[in-house]
Ligand binder design. Sequence first.
Ligand code: PMP
Length: 288
Amino acid sequence: MIMRTVYVNGDYVPENDAKISVFDRGFLMADGVYEVTSVLDGKLIDFAGHAKRLERSLSELNMQQPACLPDLLDIHRELVRLNGVEEGMVYLQITRGAPDDRDFVFPDPETTEPTVVLFTQNKPGLADSPAAKKGIKVISIEDQRWARRDIKTVQLLFPSMGKMMAKAAGADDAWMVEDGAVTEGTSNNAYIIKNNTIITRHLGSEILHGITRAAVLRFAREAQMKVEERSFTIAEAQEADEAFITSASTFVMPVVEIDGATIGAGAPGPVATRLREIYLDESRKAAV
Ligand code: PMP
């Protein structure tokens, strides 16, 4: 394996030499936030949106803004360059840092600096994904996450369990359901299309405010497509003409099966396919 260069608290280091403390609150308490920005043609997609959401996540958790915050674009670009990433992702993790002792009480931000880590993942073929041509299968599971899903925290245990439940059921992913309505996918926002109307859950603390979601809905409206932001059930989704998910790493990914029921013709539909094309074209143009 080629050794990556990662960024840790101000330094670019080989991944094997990267160190953080065992007292880091990200490790002990999942007290941290993250962002994932995709890279196409060696450039960052939707960077401004991710940077803005990061600032909001930090502020919602009363976390200190790290000193390198204004330099995050440069750091992302430098890591992409150092690791020769043409297609892939940049992960950014910020925790409340490593105080001297384990304690539930937040450490004094004057003496405990946040921990900042960035690393890249190469994913050749990210845009020209075979899954996007075939569509994916999802199952539904109960949403058992904490209630502040609008904050992008590193507490990914339940989403991770959800992916394993999907895998065990022979599916690709899971849509989570709360009080009878779909919240979102384990690591993506969920959509259905009925009579050419795109339906996706309204924003609130129940879901992550996807950066890809915001862009896709903007492009859809610009293309005169009808959008309804409201909740929907699995039964309604199973009767839909099309379904899809969005995220920074999947862009727009068609869903062709929900809990064993075939959606539409069982292949990616025209609207999801068109939205994927528009999203990829427009984001490539705006990449930095
Ligand atoms: N919802 C959840 C729970 C997620 O983890 C993600 C991806 N991180 C998304 C939605 C999609 O967000 P984005 O488009 O910003 O990647």
